[in-house]
Every structure is written in C-alpha cells, then in structure tokens.
Design a protein around this ligand. Sequence first.
Ligand code: AMP
Length: 406
Amino acid sequence: MSFQDLGLSEAVVHGAQRMGYVDPTPIQLRAFPVVLTGSDLIASAQTGTGKTAAFALPILTLLGEPQGRTRCLVLEPTRELAMQVETAFRDFSRFLSIQTALIHGGVGYNAQREALKSCDVVVATPGRLLDHLERGDARLAETQILVLDEVDRMLDMGFLPDVRRIIEKCPKSRQTLFFSATIPEEIERLSTWCLKDPAKIEIGVRRSPAETVNHAFYPVSSSQKFDFLLALLERTDFDSALIFTRTKDGADRIARKLKSQRHSVAVLHSNRTQTERVEALEGFKNGRFSVMVATDIAARGIDIAGVSHVINYDVPQHPEDYVHRIGRTGRAQNVGDAFTIMVAEELPHVKAIERFIGQRVPRLKVDGFPYVYTALFNESSVEEALRSAKGVRGLRGTTFGRRKRR
Ligand code: AMP
C-alpha cells in the first residue's frame, strides 16, 4: 500500500514524499486508519520504527486548514526529542500553512510566548509547558488531539505528575494517542485513566538488537578502561562514534581526555545548556565532531543517521537501555558496530542484558593491547565470587568466548 491509498491528505502525502518516504512502515500502516477515524490509540513502539510520522501525518490530515489555536499537543520527555518531533511536523506540513510551536526549557520565554499565540500544534516538554500554562500564555481548552510520546521515558524522568496536570487541562472529548516502548504497570494505570477504549498496536518492541548491528563485550581491568577506549578508537575505522557513559561527570571527563588525544568530540548530557546541546548534536550530525560522548538522554529516540559505531564505556544498568543504545547504530539497514567495555563488577548487568535479549554476546579481545589481568578472563570464577559475596543467584557459568580481533 502506498501513502496515497491510506486516507492522508494530498498535501501531507507530498510532505512525506519530499522527505524521501516511498512506502509506509508497519506502524504507519496500522496507525493511520486508527488516528484518522478519531480513535484513541495505545502503541508500544520504539523510535526507529517511523512512529513520529505514524502520528504526525494523520494528525496533519485531520487538522487541515490552519486556525491559529492549539488543537494538537504532543508531549515529549526531552528537549532533543521535542526538537526532533517539531522538525518532523514542520517538514511534513511544508505544503500546508499549519504552524507548530516548540516549547521546552533552557531557552527564553518570549519567542515561545509569541509562537503559542498562533499555532495549531504544540510540541512540548512538560515542565516548560506548565510554566506557560500557569502564566496564562498557553491554552489547552481547544485541544482535539493529545499525543503522549515516549511515556516510559517520562515515567523514568519523574514527569508523570506533570503529565497528569497537563492532561487535566485538556478537554475530556479529545482524542489521545499514547506511545511507549514498554508498558509497565504505572503506565498501564495512566493509560486507563486518560484513554477511551483505545485501539492497541504493538510493533517493533525489540528485545533484540537489529540484525545489522555487530555487537560484542570487551572485558578489561577497570584501571585500563580509558586506554582501552583509545585503543578501540585507534584500531577502528569509524566515521562517527557515539560513546555512552553512565554519569554526566564521566561524560565530561572522557570527552576532556579524548580531546587531549586530538579527537574531535561533542558532549551531550542534561547539565549542558540548551545551546551547547544543540551545538553538540548538530556538530555530530554534520560531521564536525566525529565522536560524541553522551549519557542516556541521547540513547532514546534521537535520530542520528549514519552512526557507524556505538561504544558503551560502562555496561548499561537496565537491559532495555542496551538495546536502545546500540540501536543508535545499524539504523535503517545500515551496518553498525556496537562495543561494550566491561569490568568484573559489571558482570551481573551483562548477564541481565543477555537474558533480556535472549542471546549470548561474544567476548572479544583487541590484539596487541597490553592487557593487565582481569578476573573476567575466567568469567565463571567471577560469577562464583559474586555468588558467594552477595548471595547472587541464578547466574549460570560461562567461559570466556571468542578471542578474535575485530
Ligand atoms: P522515528 O521512529 O519516528 O524516530 O523515525 C525513524 C526514522 O525513519 C526517521 O529518520 C524518519 O525520517 C524515518 N522514516 C519514518 N517513516 C519513514 C518511511 N515511511 N520511509 C522512510 N523513512 C521513514
């Protein structure tokens, strides 16, 4: 089925075609009819599946002519996602006169206040939108369509109380679309409260990394982590490498050290100013920086085409984050590599990841790296030690696997 056959308006179809879209993705095929008939929707779908267009294209079709009042509100957990989704709305509506306002923190209020006066679509993060609502600069009384995007992320970030307050300001007779990669109990409760008889779509709930990603763990002693990162970068023919760290301080520290080794490095985390965040992301996208060091804020949803390598400097503590992080590479059938540096204390997280994705990830070594001994060279002994030290149960013995150089 092509975009023309799915009930979207001609101007919207042109907008999608101008973006180079030829065929709808599976989530688009299923979401368009639901949204166009005005039903509520609960979709468990991750970014990378085409979910933004899955809601934006039918919403723009429903909105039709501009009216200069907020008729559609899209809530996003992070500024970066809000910016990305707002850009998508603008791109798709280039043959319409619909205006979209982008509302997020970290920047001034005036331009946002102006934009709110005459827009049809608001794409916002919850905190700043509440500020505008309290100041009387935003009105949601005429909202016909409410989109809650990346709801599980909003839950993680503690936004659900704000989200509830915002929903209470929208009319009860609205249409609500709900997107979340996972639907834990708290989100289930929220959805029961804010959705009416929703259609359900479950797509791309990926527990396994894309097949186009080659991924491996690299055991190393914790004293050698940074040197090992340098060795990995040196020996890898990368165009663009995204390095994830657990903490913001860690991201700053590694970026500083990489810069001193003459790498061109951007840093992305939530303590940076909005201007710095935009600069980092743009510079990484356009190739000015070949390396970006980021915390998980960048792992979810941010659409960066052509990341050739993802390196986890720390093993992600939540298995889902592993899939999200390495999902930054190998997008849209491009082949990518994902390396995870692991130290002995992180073995339980590694095991949790392997249980979650249902496969054992190869352990690899880098030829010629001056390894000092790590107990991980005999994983089963580490597991044994962890079991007796912490009473950890259920870890099965494994041996150190393939040792070939990548
Ligand atoms: P999303 O899941 O919304 O983050 O989209 C992931 C990427 O897929 C973005 O770069 C979109 O521009 C792209 N995309 C979405 N829908 C299509 C489509 N039908 N054809 C080609 N690319 C698409």
